[in-house]
Design a protein around this ligand. Structure first.
Ligand code: VGL
Ligand code: ZN
Length: 211
């Protein structure tokens, strides 16, 4: 079992990011058994849920004439316009029923402000509004955050980068994550992650206690 210094952060394991979902990540469902195994080794597990109001600014459908996967400039910067996904309370926003993490302590819902997106579990896309996760983890004595889930190049990467920025050690478990990979976003994300000091590991190393 991992020490109380460590948390496993399971990101956005929701139906809309699974094959057949509104914003499907290829092979996204393959991570479910992997994260279930990982979770057995952590006493502290936290989940996130992407959790948007129907009128959310990141939805292409809310911008006349715009298509999914185009980008648009918003007051806080560039925003990819996504298919409508993870609408609060919808089936697509529900966590995958194959997740086996009954001991998870908290679920952080993010992207709930209609006018700001939040890929990160720590800080919204305006780069100013905290979700509260930093304070929660600090109070719980966490030093190291193991990140995995969906999608590697968006919510997992941004969360790992913000974990580092908040002063935690950050580890991204590559094979417990899958990417969207839009216009080279996966390679760009890894470049940023490694430059920021995020450690790239495989689940087998974590399970063997080597990482
Ligand atoms: C995500 C795009 C939009 C993610 C969430 O979970 O990576 N990506 N909303
Ligand atoms: Zn979203």
């Amino acid at each position: 079992m991992r020490s109380a210094d460590d948390v496993l952060l399971l990101i956005d394991l929701q139906y809309d990011f699974m094959p057949g979902g509104a914003l499907a990540v290829a092979h996204g469902d393959e991570v479910v058994p992997v994260v279930n195994r990982l979770a057995q080794g952590f006493s502290h597990v936290v989940l996130t849920q992407d959790w948007h109001p129907a009128q959310h600014v990141s939805f292409a459908a809310n911008h006349a004439g715009r298509q999914p996967f185009e980008t648009m400039t918003l007051p806080y910067g560039e925003q990819v316009l996504w298919p409508t996904h993870c609408v609060q309370g919808s089936e697509g926003a529900a966590l995958h029923s194959g997740l086996d993490v009954p001991h998870a302590r908290a679920i952080i819902r993010k992207g709930h402000h209609a006018d700001v997106d939040s890929y990160s579990a720590f800080l919204e896309a305006d780069r100013k509004t905290p979700t509260g996760l930093t304070g929660y983890l600090r109070e719980a004595g966490v030093k190291r955050v193991y990140c995995c889930g969906l999608a590697t190049d968006y919510c997992v990467a941004w969360s790992a980068l913000d974990a580092r920025a908040a002063g935690f050690e950050a580890v991204l478990i590559e094979d417990a994550s899958r990417a969207i990979d839009l216009n080279g976003s996966l390679a760009a994300a890894w470049e940023q992650l490694l430059a920021a000091g995020v450690t790239r590991v495989q689940s087998a190393e974590v399970l063997r206690g080597l990482s």
